[in-house]
Design a protein around this ligand. Sequence first.
Ligand code: R1P
Ligand code: URA
Length: 288
Amino acid sequence: MQPSELILTPEGKIYHLDLAPSQLAPTIITVGDPGRVQMVSKYFDTIETTAQHREFKTHTGTYKGKRISVISTGIGPDNIDIVFNELDALVNIDFEKRQVNRKLTSLDIIRIGTSGGLTPEIEVDSFVVSALGIGLDNVMHYYDKTDKIFNRDFAQSFIDHTQWNPDNSVPYAVEADKGLLKKLTSGKTIQGITITNVGFYGPQGRILRAKLKDENLNEKLTSFRYKRKKITNLEMETATMYGMAKLLGHRAVSMNAIVANRTSGSFSENASKTIDALIQYTLEKIAK
Ligand code: R1P
Ligand code: URA
């Protein structure tokens, strides 16, 4: 692998994450906000590594004896392409030989993020575990061998129902890792279907001053059903994470703190408290 493809720093660290292979734990929590890294690591018993380059901040340590890395991805699917390729490189590429390892390693990757609820039942301050992500971004379409990863029937049904504008993207659907989904689900969570889109305003149907081509998009998302299941929430990373994880042989699940409800127009009065509760819930479940 050429230096232009596998980019390493003079210290032998992967370029964007600024991490060496020994600094990454096999269980990784991703958060969007770099400020949320410390909200997670403050619960660790120990912190062995801290790193930051651009929006990618990492703390690696232990929680109840389990080694965990918490990494911020920043906002959006484009950053997920960077983070997932570099996480995979840290465990599956020999940086000295610049070759893929013969024996591959699978990581457990758990997102703790914020999200907007799409139906009245998905109340502000609730926790949604995404059983499936619908990707309205295009990151996955650059990769080969996605046929076995995508749920084509689901995506087609979504395209038909929404009369999806092909100028926007080609929607795809990917499931969570079943083992992690089960582990992170309880009576405190709702299993849902999560839409991942490329923006927060227009792509999520928010109108401040710029007019939208389709002002009814969110209504179409709310009325969509697949085998009687509804779309529950909107955010900006989950489907891309699920696609990249499956493509590279890792396990991923996305935990959503619902901070807004798009049908009632409400926003959490104490989003930090809800995020903190989801962090504590997720850490407890991972440590078991
Ligand atoms: C938008 O405000 C951001 O919040 C959500 C979205 O996915 C997007 O990244 O997640 P985070 O709170 O993890 O950043
Ligand atoms: N994050 C999003 O992407 N959308 C919301 O409505 C709330 C958080």
